[in-house]
Ligand binder design. Structure first.
Ligand code: ADP
Ligand code: MG
Length: 688
C-alpha cells in the first residue's frame, strides 16, 4: 500500500517508459515534447479544451458547428466505389445523416446500436455530420462526450487520442504520489486546492471556475517557488562588504554639475549611498528609460567608492559603448585627479599587460571594460564596486564572475530599457530596485513617423535641413554588407553609405559597424561626437549608450527587422538635446506582419515602459531582455503577462515566509521541492 506519510515521490522520477502503452517510439515522441519522466507527464497540461458537456438535439444541428449528440443508428449504406459510408441516425425527433470516409466503419457500427457522437456539422445536399468521432454506448458513462476534453499539443508520432489516454492513465496511477509541498498556512489562507486535485483538475476540469482555481494554484506554486528562491539567493549573497562613504571628490563633482539632478536621480543616488554605507552588500538594479540619466547615477556611486579608497569597475556589453563611457568618465574624473583605464578584448598584448599591472597595483581607480573584465588574468588590488550597464546583455553568471574578483563588492546593475515589473520580479527578484521614471527637464518628445521605400526624396530633404541647422543624423541599416547571411532583401551600411555619398555630396558622411578595427571605430565616434561628421550610417552598434545631444534625426531602414527594445534604444539616441527630434522608420519590401506590428507599436507608444509591456506580450518573457538562458521564466502554467497579481502575491508570501523562517527549517517539504526545481538554476547553497 502507498503510504502518504513518508512523503516519498515514488515513481514520479521514473521514465515515461514505465507507463502502460509507452514504448521506445512513443517515449521518443514524448521527449520531443519535453516530457521525460512520469512527473513531466502529470504536468504536461492541455493547450486547450473542448467543451463536450452539452448535447445538441439533431433538429438543432447548424452547419459550421462542432457538436455532441446521442443517436440510434437506423441504417447503414455500404460504400460503393469512392463514396463514403453513411449512416442514418435518429434521436427520436429528427433524423440526420453521418458520413465517414473510412471503409471499415460498417464493421463496427451496426443498425440498432446507440452511439455518442462528436463532430462537425456540414451542409451537403442536406445537413450531415462529417466524419464524427463516435463511441458505442454501453452501461458505462461515455468517454467521448459529457465532459470537458483536454486537447494536448499532439504530433504525428503521438496522435491526440493516444496522448489523452497516456495522460489519463498516468493520472490514475500516479496523481496521488504527488506530495503537496506548499506551506499549509498559505494554502489555507487563500483557500487553494491541494496539489493533486489541482493537477487532475487542469487535465479534466469540472467547469470554468474550478479550472481557474486549479491553474491559479499551480501558477502560484511556480511563482512562489521562484520568489522564495530569489530571496534566498539574495540572502546568501549578503556577505559583509566594505562600507563606502562619499567624500571630497563626490562633493566636488556634484557641486560642479552643469545641471541639477532630476528628482528621480536624487532618490536613486540616495538609495545607493544608503546601501553602500551599511554593513551589508549593495545588490541593486537601476531601472530607467533611455536617456533618463543612468550614467550620472552610476558615477555618483563610483565616486563614493573612490573616496573610500577602493576600486570601481564599470562593465558594458560592447566595445563601442566601453569607449564611449571611458571617454565620458575620463573627461569628468581626470580633473578630479582620478585615474581611469579601459580594458577590451582588442587591446595589444603590451597595452593589456601594462593596464593589468596598474590595476593590480591599485593605480587605476576606475576600470571601464567589456566582457574582458571577467577574464581570469584580471586582478584588482581592491575591487569595492561593480557597475554593470545594460545588464540584459550579460548573463547572471558573468556578474557572479565579477563579484568573485573582489571581496564581495557592492553591485549596481543598470538596464538599458525598461523591463516590465513582472519580469523584473521574476528575473531580478533578488535585487533592490531604483526607478528613474523621470527624464531630465527640457527634453522634447521625439516625433516618430514611418515611410515607405519610395519616399526617399523626403528623407534627403530632411537630412539637408538638419545639416543646414548644424544638427546631426543617424541612419541605421540591419546589415554591414549587401546580401550578408544570404539576405538580399535587406539594406546594408556599405551600400547605403555609397548611395548617400552620391546623393548628398556636400554632406560629411561616415560609416560605423562592428567589422571596423577598434581605433577606426573610436575615431569615427569621436568625430561624430565632436560634430565633425553630419551623417553617421551605422548598424545597431550604436544601439546602446551613444550620447550625442546634437543628433536630432534617426532613420532606421528595414525597421521591422529589429526587436522592439532595440528600436526603442535606437530611437533613444536622439531627443537628448533642446531641439525637436524626429525618428523615421522605413519599412522595406521584406517587412513581416510581426515586423509591421512592431513599427506600429513604435508609432503609438512613446515611452519605454509601455513598449516593454507590449514587447513582453508579443515575444514572451524568454526573448525580452535575453533571459532565456537562465530558464527561470520557463513556466508550465504561470504567465507573466496575465499573472501579475499572482506574482505580487507570491512575492509578498515569500517575504513573509522567509521572515519567520529564513532557512525554511519548518517547511522541509517546500525546501526540498525548491532545491529540486530551482537549486541548480539559481545556484542555491545546499544544492546537491
Ligand atoms: P541613459 O539613462 O540612457 O544611460 P545617459 O546617462 O546617457 O542616459 O544620459 C543622457 C543624457 O542626459 C546625457 O547627455 C546626460 O549628460 C544628460 N543628463 C543626465 N542627467 C541630467 C540632468 N539631471 N539634467 C540634464 N541633463 C542630464
Ligand atoms: Mg546608458
Amino acid at each position: 500500500m502507498w503510504d502518504k506519510s513518508t512523503h516519498s515521490r515514488a515513481g514520479l522520477d521514473a521514465s515515461v517508459r514505465y507507463l502502460r502503452g509507452v514504448g521506445e517510439k512513443r517515449a521518443k515522441a514524448l521527449e520531443n515534447l519535453d516530457v521525460f519522466t512520469i512527473e513531466d507527464i502529470l504536468f504536461f497540461f492541455p493547450r486547450r479544451y473542448e467543451d463536450r458537456r452539452r448535447l445538441t438535439p439533431l433538429e438543432e444541428l447548424r452547419p459550421g458547428e462542432t457538436v455532441c449528440a446521442i443517436a440510434d443508428v437506423l441504417s447503414l449504406s455500404l460504400p460503393e466505389g469512392p463514396a463514403p459510408t453513411s449512416a442514418l441516425l435518429t434521436d427520436g425527433h429528427a433524423t440526420v445523416r453521418a458520413v465517414w470516409f473510412n471503409p471499415h466503419i460498417h464493421k463496427i457500427l451496426k443498425p440498432g446500436v446507440r452511439v455518442a457522437l462528436w463532430g462537425r456539422v456540414e451542409y451537403y445536399s442536406g445537413i450531415q455530420l462529417s466524419n464524427p468521432e463516435f463511441e458505442i454506448l454501453t452501461d458505462k458513462p461515455p468517454r467521448l462526450i459529457g465532459h470537458i476534453v483536454p486537447i494536448y499539443p499532439a504530433t504525428a508520432a503521438l496522435p491526440q487520442s493516444r496522448i489523452q489516454k497516456i495522460v489519463a492513465d498516468a493520472l490514475n496511477t500516479y496523481a496521488d504520489h504527488l506530495v503537496d509541498f506548499l506551506p499549509e498556512k498559505i494554502r489555507v489562507r487563500y483557500g487553494m486546492k491541494g496539489l493533486q486535485e489541482a493537477v487532475c483538475e487542469l487535465h479534466h476540469p469540472k467547469d470554468a471556475e474550478s479550472w481557474l482555481k486549479a491553474r491559479n494554484r499551480l501558477a502560484f506554486d511556480e511563482l512562489f517557488l521562484l520568489q522564495t528562491g530569489l530571496l534566498l539567493r539574495r540572502a546568501s549573497a549578503q556577505a559583509p562588504s566594505t562600507s563606502l562613504v562619499p567624500g571630497e571628490k563626490f562633493k566636488q563633482f556634484m557641486a560642479a554639475l552643469p545641471f541639477p539632478l532630476t528628482g528621480a536621480q536624487q532618490r536613486a543616488i540616495d538609495e545607493i549611498l544608503e546601501d553602500m554605507q551599511g554593513d551589508g552588500m549593495m545588490n541593486r538594479l537601476l531601472q530607467g528609460d533611455v536617456g533618463s540619466g543612468k550614467t550620472l547615477v552610476a558615477l555618483a556611486a563610483i565616486l563614493a567608492a573612490v573616496d573610500s579608497g577602493v576600486q570601481a569597475a564599470l562593465m558594458v556589453p560592447t566595445g563601442i559603448l566601453a569607449q564611449q563611457h571611458y571617454m565620458t568618465l575620463e573627461k569628468l574624473l581626470k580633473p578630479l585627479g582620478i585615474r581611469t583605464g579601459l580594458l577590451m578584448g582588442s587591446l595589444r598584448p603590451d597595452e593589456r599587460r601594462n593596464l593589468l599591472e596598474s590595476l593590480k597595483a591599485g593605480k587605476i581607480q576606475v576600470l571601464t571594460g567589456t566582457h574582458a573584465v571577467f577574464s581570469d588574468s584580471v586582478d584588482f588590488a581592491r575591487l569595492g564596486l561593480a557597475v554593470v550597464d545594460e545588464q540584459h546583455r550579460f548573463g547572471v553568471l558573468q556578474k557572479n564572475a565579477l563579484i568573485a574578483k573582489g571581496t564581495s563588492p557592492h553591485v549596481l546593475v543598470m538596464t538599458a530599457t525598461p523591463i516590465p515589473r513582472t519580469l523584473i520580479l521574476s528575473v531580478y527578484g533578488d535585487l533592490d530596485v531604483s526607478l528613474l521614471n523621470e527624464l531630465p527637464p527640457g527634453r522634447k518628445p521625439i516625433k516618430t513617423i514611418s515611410l515607405g521605400p519610395e519616399e526617399e526624396g523626403q528623407l534627403l530633404t530632411l537630412i539637408r535641413d538638419r545639416a543646414r541647422h548644424g544638427q546631426q543624423v543617424y541612419w541605421v541599416c540591419p546589415l554591414i554588407e549587401d546580401s550578408e547571411e544570404g539576405r538580399t532583401d535587406l539594406s546594408s551600411v556599405s551600400s547605403c553609405y555609397e548611395r548617400l555619398s552620391k546623393l548628398l555630396p556636400d554632406i560629411s558622411i561616415e560609416m560605423l559597424h562592428g567589422h571596423l578595427p577598434m581605433e577606426e571605430k573610436a575615431s569615427v565616434m569621436q568625430r561624430f561626437a565632436e560634430g565633425k561628421t553630419t551623417l553617421l550610417v551605422a548598424t545597431v552598434v550604436i544601439e546602446v549608450g551613444m550620447d550625442v545631444p546634437n543628433a536630432t534625426l534617426m532613420i532606421i531602414e528595414d525597421a521591422g527587422q529589429f526587436g522592439l527594445a532595440q528600436l526603442h534604444q535606437l530611437r533613444g539616441r536622439i531627443g537628448r538635446g533642446k531641439a525637436e527630434s524626429l525618428c523615421v522608420l522605413l519599412e522595406g519590401q521584406g517587412t513581416t506582419p510581426d515586423g509591421h506590428e512592431r513599427v506600429e507599436a513604435m508609432l503609438r507608444l512613446p515611452d519605454g515602459f509601455a513598449l516593454a509591456e507590449a514587447d513582453l506580450e508579443q515575444r514572451g518573457p524568454g526573448e525580452v531582455c535575453g533571459v532565456h538562458q537562465h530558464g527561470v521564466t520557463d513556466f508550465r502554467v504561470a504567465n507573466l503577462v496575465r499573472d501579475r497579481k499572482i506574482l505580487e502575491l507570491a512575492r509578498k508570501e515569500a517575504q513573509r515566509l522567509l521572515q519567520d523562517d529564513p532557512a525554511l527549517e519548518r517547511e522541509p517539504l517546500f525546501r526540498k521541492e525548491l532545491m529540486r526545481r530551482l537549486g541548480k538554476t539559481l545556484h542555491l547553497a545546499g544544492t546537491a
